[in-house]
Write a protein of this length. Structure first.
Lengths: 150, 733
């Protein structure tokens, strides 16, 4: 698995539990038992859905994800059964792995409102950069449809 | 008033946290009954209302995300729809999360039921800046769409009228749109549908296409139903696994995934046409709040602070009604004592029934407040965060994050704690949690610890009690792990859980619900404790010991037996003036001796003596044995039974404490600090009170109840044995 020039942003299908806070990805496959898969699908964690890692519990397990407009929690072992791809940084935060500190970085949270303009990672107060196919409108802007008849 | 023309049976379905409960309360106006679905301990709410000349019968189905076969709630909902064939199903939708909520809607439509989509929480939707074309939605879905704001009481009329229109088929839009699963799968589905229809599958009351879809999804419940009720379909069933495999190979993915994609595809196409997304994220406020409440560092302490608040609050607030109840009980006992002629009935009533029921009724306010606190936590959404925070620890025990709060409640009283396990979705988790939480030492056992620790460990008493509690927790952890690895290896439910947005818990419905739950507890308690107290009283009084000689009148220091200590005791009591209710000191002493002798002579005493050989290796004699037996009824009774056995005056608490303490320490009674430890361990671990045992039976089943009783007795015995014998070996004896 290559790493692109942006640190901590893995490329290639990885398991969901490896997402860092404020990273978003697209679900590729669901593993686990039939029960688990049905449950995940009915909550919106389905193949093709976009999911964002919000935070982990104080004891590091379970993990909270944002999907389809709601927040869901999963144990890490359940998240390990889900493969995701196309990992991007959500706007509002560039978070290093825990333990690393750099002067001038803004360790923000995931923004829930409109994504801010892309800025260089490392600039104080900067938003995360949008990569690859996530450029442009941004896949996190869901539901912008037309009114009927217009 | 118009004469009632028809009864319309309506079921309410919807996601958890969609406000379905509020809609139910809105429609039934709090005129509803709470019960259980047959054979399971999932709450069933039903109610009836008259409106517009019709009678509506409502049933609230459990909150579900979809209609698969894998959880109790889903099966209940499904079976109700298939077996009971309601006229209308109101699908309560959280308007702020349309895409996911509509997933259930599509499955309801597949079942062929007449659905009304109720867009609840409409106020939040409008305020969020989102827009929806309701008319077009109705056309595309083929169902009526109504908006409600249930927690503000808006929308009842519109909803009821929509139900009327739908059931009378007056609505022109009543048209079901079958969802396409893609060309390839559609061929298979169409073929399977024809074959099932030919085999008579529609006799079940659902469309053949629905059955075909379920078979392709691999639904075991539908397979079972078809196998049992439609014998002609068995040939189809035999070939179904093969068919699914072929479809999977051809499509490159399993059929259930294709079907799911078909549903979601339909939904997103639908929403693209009618829905404009919100400009404000509705989870914004909740996310902000969660930054604090589930904070990496502060989350845990804040959580414990909330728990402390909950329990302290219930006990502090509960103290006021408690004093009222205590006064009532005393008053009742006093008037019964005064009003009735001396004799068996009066004794039975006062000593048996009133004191027994009274000692447990005292806990009612605490329990009700506990229920209220739990309901507030649930409705506000914090309960999910609690499970989120504690799941790691719970998982180590083989349990679920949601098990934490019932286990915590076990420290107050086991009965509401077991009732609280209903929040757990899987039966396995409920059983395991209930078995484990009995070891969270309930508050009724505390007086026993205080007594024994205070008598034998004096200044270390506090630490010893703390040790007992910690020991209980340790045992709970070990037992939990042990059971989850051995008895409960299979069927652990996935933890996957939603974190709903924080909401204000709304008023009357909440209080009403708490009242319903508490009322049930009250009834059960009243009935069981009444009988149990009576039985206990009978056992402790009959057969009566032979009477000693009559007393001389007051004022003369006549003592029935001539022991020197008695004379001293009598003198000191007279000096303190502790004689009350017109009974002189020596009469009181003689009465107590009489009572103690009665106990020894009675069934209870004989039972105690009978089990003494079993208790001897633990260092207990028959007197301690009797007190343990009384603990079956209620742990509070243990101390008072000890007081009677050791002939302590029961005039006031201080006297009891002092008297009991010296009685326990008395070497004549053969209790050493080691025995005290073993005794406390036994009280900690052995079976809970009878109300708790019966609650286990009601919530989990008779077999598990016996298992619980058996294993707890065995465990208590083993541990007390180890403590006593081990201590003697070491030389602590």
């Amino acid at each position: 698995m290559r790493r692109n020039e942006h640190p901590f942003l893995p490329v290639g299908p990885i398991s969901l539990d490896r997402l860092l806070p404020c990273q978003g990805a697209k679900i590729v496959t669901l593993g686990g038992s039939q029960v688990l898969r049905d449950r995940l699908r009915s909550l919106g964690l389905r193949e093709g859905a976009e999911v964002v890692m919000v935070k982990q519990a104080p004891l590091a397990d379970p993990v909270e994800y944002r999907v389809l407009g709601g927040h869901i929690t999963l144990r890490r072992e359940e998240a390990r059964a889900i493969q995701v791809d196309e990992v991007v940084w959500m706007p509002g935060g560039f978070r290093h792995a825990p333990g690393r500190r750099h002067a001038g970085h803004w360790h923000g949270r995931c923004a829930s409102a409109e994504p801010a303009e892309a800025a260089e990672p490392g600039a104080a107060g900067g938003a995360g950069r949008r990569w690859g196919w996530a450029r442009g409108r941004g896949w996190w802007r869901r539901g912008r449809g037309r009114r009927s008849g217009s | 008033m118009q004469p009632v023309t028809r009864t319309i049976r309506v079921a309410l379905a919807g996601n958890p946290n969609s406000g379905k409960t509020s809609v139910f309360n809105l429609l039934t106006g709090l005129h509803h009954q709470v019960g259980n679905w047959p054979g399971v301990t999932v709450e069933r709410k039903s109610g009836a209302v008259t409106y517009g000349g019709y009678r509506f019968e409502f049933v609230d189905l459990p909150g579900i995300y979809s209609l698969t076969a894998y959880s109790i709630e889903e099966r209940i909902a499904r079976e109700y729809i298939i077996d009971e064939l309601p006229d209308v199903v109101i699908d309560v939708v959280d308007s702020g999360n349309l895409e996911r909520n509509l997933y259930l809607t599509t499955q309801l439509l597949e079942m062929g039921v007449d659905v009304i989509v109720d867009l609840n929480m409409w106020d939040e939707f409008s305020a969020s800046g989102a827009r929806l074309d309701r008319g077009r939605l109705e056309t595309l879905l083929g169902t009526p769409v109504v908006t409600t704001v249930a927690h503000r009481g808006e929308g009842k009329q519109a909803l009821l009228e929509a139900v009327i229109r739908l059931s009378e088929n007056r609505s022109a839009r009543h048209r079901h749109v079958p969802i396409s699963f893609g060309t390839h799968l559609e061929e298979v589905v169409a073929d399977l549908t024809t074959r099932i229809a030919a085999a008579g599958g529609e006799r079940l009351g659902v469309p053949a296409r629905y059955l075909a879809t379920k078979l392709l999804e691999g639904d075991p419940h539908i397979v079972e139903i078809l196998h049992n009720r439609v014998p002609a379909a068995r040939a189809i069933l035999a070939a179904i696994d093969d068919l699914r495999q072929r479809v999977e190979q051809a499509a490159g993915q399993e059929p259930s995934r294709t079907i799911m994609e078909g549903r979601y595809g339909f939904i997103s196409g639908l929403l693209r046409e009618v829905f404009v997304s919100q400009t404000v994220d509705r989870m914004e406020f909740s996310s902000q709040l969660d930054r604090v409440l589930t904070h990496r560092i502060f989350g845990l302490p804040i959580f414990f602070a909330f728990m402390w608040l909950l329990f302290n609050g219930t006990f502090t607030l509960g103290a006021y009604p408690q004093t009222v109840i205590a006064w009532l009980v005393e008053h009742l006992a006093g008037s019964a004592q005064a009003a009735l002629p001396a004799g068996l009935i009066r004794e039975a009533l006062v000593d048996g029934v009133i004191s027994g029921v009274g000692s447990v009724a005292i806990f009612m306010p605490n329990i009700m407040l506990l229920f209220l606190g739990i309901s507030i936590l649930e409705d506000s959404g914090y309960m999910a965060r609690a499970a989120f925070i504690m799941d790691r620890v719970m998982h180590l025990l083989g349990l679920h994050g949601k098990s934490f709060i019932p286990m915590l409640m076990g420290f107050g009283c086991t009965v509401p704690a077991i009732m609280a396990t209903r929040t757990l979705e899987s039966r396995r988790d409920r059983i395991l949690t209930s078995l484990v939480l009995s070891h969270m030492s309930c508050s009724a056992r505390l007086p026993v610890y205080i007594l024994f620790a205070g008598a034998f460990f004096e200044r270390q008493a506090g630490n010893v009690i703390m040790l007992v509690y910690l020991f209980g927790i340790l045992v709970a952890l070990l037992i939990g792990r042990l059971f989850s690895r051995t008895l409960f290896r299979h069927e652990a439910a996935p933890f996957v859980m939603e974190l709903p947005p924080y909401r204000w818990p709304t008023g009357w419905g909440l209080l009403f619900h708490v009242w319903e739950r508490s009322r049930h507890y009250l009834k059960k308690m009243g009935g069981v404790i009444l009988i149990a107290s009576l039985v206990l009283w009978v056992m402790s009084v009959f057969p009566r010991a032979p009477q000693p000689g009559p007393f001389v009148s007051r004022g003369e220091a006549v003592v029935v037996t001539g022991a020197q200590e008695d004379a001293v005791a009598v003198q000191s009591i007279s000096a303190d003036g502790a004689a009350v209710a017109g009974v002189s000191a020596e009469e009181a002493a003689a009465e107590r001796r009489q009572a103690a002798a009665s106990i020894e002579y009675s069934i209870m005493g004989r039972l105690g003596k009978a089990i003494e050989p079993v208790l001897r290796p633990l260092g207990f004699d028959w007197q301690l044995g009797v007190s343990l037996i009384t603990g079956f009824v209620a742990k509070e009774v243990v101390v008072s039974s000890l007081a009677v056995i050791y002939q302590i005056g029961q005039e006031d608490d201080e006297e009891i404490d002092a008297g009991l303490t010296s009685a326990l320490r008395d070497p004549k009674n053969g209790i050493s600090p080691l025995v005290a430890l073993a005794y406390m361990a036994f009280v900690l671990l052995y079976t809970p009170c009878i109300v708790a045992i019966l609650t286990i039976r009601r919530e989990i089943g008779t077999r598990w109840m016996w298992f619980d009783v058996g294993y707890q007795l065995a465990l208590a015995w083993l541990v007390a044995f180890a403590i006593y014998q081990g201590g003697q070996l070491i030389g602590l004896g």
